[in-house]
Design a protein. Sequence first.
Length: 266
Amino acid sequence: MNRIALFFIAGSLLAQEATVEHAFNRLYSFQFEESQRVARAYSDKHPYDALGHASLAASYLFSEMNRLQVFNKDMFKEEKVKGEQAKRIGAEAKRNFEDALNKAKGAGTDALKKNPKDTNALLGLLIATGAERDFAALVEKRYKDSYYAAKASQDYALQLQAIDGSMNDAWFTRGFSEYLIGSVPFVIRWLMKIDQATGDKKKGIELMEKCARDGRYLKPFAQMMLASIYQKDKRMKETRQMLEAFAADHPDNAVIREELVKLGKS
């Protein structure tokens, strides 16, 4: 087979791979460079699709969380970034994340101006602002900025489900918001106002469980978050079950496999 034919075959395969689904699949397998390559290829072809840019932002978020070993720690532990940990936050990763985030926000906002009921744009904005929330809280420990992003993500989740109740990824955002409010000290909880979130942690877990069962792009993230919560609450059977469900879909994720091995020894 000549080189020209190989070139076109390779190009065809790349086009087939360059989907948001594939970008997220590689993200949750912690194959971050591949995830970012696919997300960039998709976004280059679909520059006005907020979801493509949001998948790229999410990949940079997860890459940095993995590099800082956030997944191996209590993700809800309140600690300030300082000293060596602050230096470890990658400046290039932050720039790349913010670039993808801003493109997602811009594309989503423009799409909503044309059609306020554009569910793809709302989903892209929900995921983008959710990634913004998590980067601020879990990577940089900037809780005030994370709170504002959480409010925005919650608003998009409510708008999305008001239009289409089958958009199950929104349950993760709504559950996370509920759990987040319930996790802060009571003396400052009254200052945090997120629409339709009262701080009921049990309800928050139940909502995230809906996404862990029926979500599309955020289902694996919901599974990881719930596993962390279950483990914190000493619900080890549920922790193992949630990680096993994750590993069944992403068997090449070495971090999750390692966590399952640790659970087997506990």
